[in-house]
Design a protein around this ligand. Structure first.
Ligand code: UTP
Length: 224
């Protein structure tokens, strides 16, 4: 299978860099790459939002903030590049064509941000569409898609399986501004819907066994 794997920056850098997570995930990806092709996208997470908050306070515009968020995501991506050993690319890919060429060289492409105006969810979904991925695996600090924000509502219910249409309904109305933190970027939901890419959203715990998720064993949300 050709798989786009997105790791939320908040998992990589909760309060300091989780080196064990980076090493463990990279080791799994390298091992699984004998049977699957992986392209990895890493988010900017908390650190990106912190820079965005500060620069917003200073008075910078959203596009400026987006560029800074993209750089933080690239920094986080470089951690995985450093841990992929012989499968590591020479640089973090800034665009999809570079990522695909890197894959053709037998390496595992790694991306952070690519363009202002969206998040690394959108990067991942566009990349998945561009490379014709069979699966988009997304790991964040929320362990699936809920009917409403579980950080705000204690009665929020995790959804096991939903359609792309339902995902879009859930995220529509999310504000378009730098650093926005939604269940998934609405642009990503739209791209996933149009390209019908099977998507699985899981939490940090499940990142320990990527093979099981690929085989369909997970506690997250499947979007089809
Ligand atoms: P992230 O993708 O890291 O946001 O982008 P996120 O959804 O908070 O990610 P995780 O999952 O918690 O890591 C952070 C910000 O960087 C800018 C946007 O402002 C985004 O909100 N960004 C990122 C871009 O403008 N373009 C990109 O391609 C990526």
């Amino acid at each position: 299978m050709r798989i786009v794997l997105k790791i939320g920056g908040s998992l990589v850098f909760p309060d300091k860099i989780d080196v064990e997570l980076v090493k463990n995930v990279s080791k799994q990806i390298v091992s699984l790459s004998s049977n699957h092709e992986f392209l990895v996208v890493v988010g900017g997470g908390t650190i990106a939002r912190e820079y965005i908050r500060a620069l917003k306070d200073i008075g910078k515009d959203d596009t400026f903030l987006d560029f800074v968020g993209m750089e933080v995501a690239k920094l986080n991506a470089s951690l995985f590049m450093g841990a992929l050993g012989k499968k590591a690319p020479v640089e973090v890919s800034n665009d999809f064509k570079h990522a695909l060429s890197t894959l053709y060289l037998g390496k595992i492409p790694v991306l952070g941000g690519t363009h202002p105006g969206h998040t690394t969810d959108a990067v991942s979904s566009m990349l998945a569409e561009f490379v014709g991925a069979d699966l988009f695996l997304r790991f964040t600090n929320v362990d699936g898609v809920y009917d409403k924000d579980p950080r705000k509502f204690s009665d929020a219910k995790k959804l096991g399986k939903i359609s792309h249409e339902t995902l879009l309904e859930i995220v529509e109305g999310t504000k378009a501004e730098a650093g926005v933190n939604a269940v998934i970027d609405p642009l990503a939901a739209k791209i996933l819907k149009r390209s019908k890419i099977k998507t699985i959203v899981c939490g940090k715990e499940e990142l320990k066994n990527i093979k099981a998720i690929i085989e369909g064993k997970h506690k997250g949300t499947e979007i089809f």
